[in-house]
Design a protein around this ligand. Sequence first.
Ligand code: SAM
Length: 239
Amino acid sequence: MRIDIITIFPEVILPVLQAGILKRAQARDLLTVNVHNLRDFTTDRHQTVDDYPYGGGAGMILKPEPLFAAIKKLEPESTARIIYLTPQGTPFNQSLAEAFSLESHLILICGRYKGIDERVRMKLVTDEISIGDYVLSGGEIPALALVDAIGRVLPRALGNYESAQEDSFSQGLLDCPHYTRPAEFEGMQVPDILLSGHHDNITRWQHEQSLKRTAERRPELLKNMELSAEDVAYLKNNK
Ligand code: SAM
């Protein structure tokens, strides 16, 4: 899979690509991430990427010409998904991360200032994605959130000790609580069942804890799930 990121601050993005799962996914050739400086697609001496908004008002707008030039160079065949990170977009979630991970080429556009010229959105952008109902100063952190979430669900990106299948949202529920050694810490004991060695009981306990957490913290997630009769009974008895 190839991801191209267009930004005026490559230095915000590059270090994050050099650690952990993202580094490993690139080393294993599962993922290629190219970071492009929008200024490289300007034609004037000052490498101007922004200009004042028509109609006045505070803040600058990223100009259309460098963005059009960048997309034309990166995607001459018009087959990539072109994603603009914007607080006005579709809220990002695990299902979208999994859907994007099946694509072969994504181009992410990071806005800055007041955003990008509307004509880029109208003509080039195929998807608009938000990472939450708050406004950041640029699209670099949102782009990294997408790359990380997509990168870790690519087949073979995770090692033996990491499993995306058991993480929150992948099966519709929040993850269960986790413990490691020591078995007793500052008067707090690891639940006996986790020390029992009884695999089936442990699996059932973990599933019930996931149900309980989801019901307590994100009850709306349960509405979209097909729960077994056993799960329904558990939730009824553990309100
Ligand atoms: N004027 C824009 C608005 O109100 O919709 C906000 C512009 S914001 C200051 C600058 C850039 O940061 C945006 O163009 C976008 O790329 C990025 N950005 C900010 N918040 C974001 C969010 N919640 N999700 C995705 N991108 C965001």
